[in-house]
Ligand binder design. Structure first.
Ligand SMILES: Nc1ncnc2c1ncn2[C@@H]1O[C@H](COP(=O)(O)OP(=O)(O)OP(=O)(O)O)[C@@H](O)[C@H]1O
Ligand SMILES: [Mg+2]
Length: 150
């Protein structure tokens, strides 16, 4: 199996209930897979923040903070980087461009910086969403090309 940005060396799929404590679960699981790559501490921190923000959004916004839906996290470890997909079947985003603007939030208590972090810490960010159906966030980060498949 190959992709535009390199061969897939490993894939992980994780599905969990929309509980706030599962942000940490997803972060640790993705970090464990990322650790298989040739990765710096700084890159690892950036990946953890991006995953936490995307998963927190799925739980908090997608499902209104209630444990009533599934969040799916798929990680493809590619020869030259990592592709992370976070999906929910929640309420969806009516205006993606607006939602992605730094400091925009539908919750006055929040900073509205989640997407800005994902954007700055990852090389690519794609968001698709359908109202009432859910949201899909695809993030890609280039890493040092792997020389082994171990
Ligand atoms: N998975 C999602 N489902 C529904 N709405 C979402 C989802 N992710 C983001 N949004 C919407 O996009 C807005 C911006 O998201 P972003 O993560 O940038 O900021 P925030 O979550 O509001 O604040 P912060 O991330 O700083 O706590 C959110 O306020 C929310 O309205
Ligand atoms: Mg957020």
């Amino acid at each position: 199996m190959t992709r535009g940005n390199g061969e897939v060396l490993n894939t992980m799929r994780l599905e969990f209930l929309s509980l706030p404590e599962n942000v940490g679960l997803a972060r640790v699981a993705v970090a464990a897979l990322a650790a298989q790559a040739d990765i710096t501490l700084n890159e690892m921190e950036e990946i953890k923040v991006a995953v936490s923000e995307a998963v927190a959004n799925a739980i908090i916004h997608g499902y209104g903070g209630e444990p009533r839906g599934w969040v799916r996290v798929t990680v493809n470890r590619l020869q030259d980087g990592l592709e992370i997909i976070v999906e929910d079947d929640g309420k969806g985003i009516p205006d993606i461009a607006q939602a992605m603007q730094p400091a925009y939030s539908t919750d006055p208590e929040r900073m509205g910086l989640g997407f800005a972090f994902m954007q700055s810490f990852m090389d690519e960010l794609e968001v698709t969403s359908e109202e009432g159906r859910g949201t899909r966030v695809v993030m890609r980060k280039k890493l040092n090309p792997s020389v082994t498949t171990a």
